[in-house]
Ligand binder design. Sequence first.
Ligand SMILES: [Zn+2]
Length: 56
Amino acid sequence: MMNEAEPLPCADKLVFDTAKEAQAVATSSEYRYGSKLKVYKCRYCSLYHLSSNFDD
Ligand SMILES: [Zn+2]
């Protein structure tokens, strides 16, 4: 049974409505900080996050 009060595992992550928006931030971050970020669609909230972990 779903518990609405249960925080999502991704609650502390940046969240984006579209992959395009997430990708724009990822690209900007890579340019500014040299950190590669991966855009992925979250299976918990069905929105998009950035991850620096390329192994998952
Ligand atoms: Zn999420």
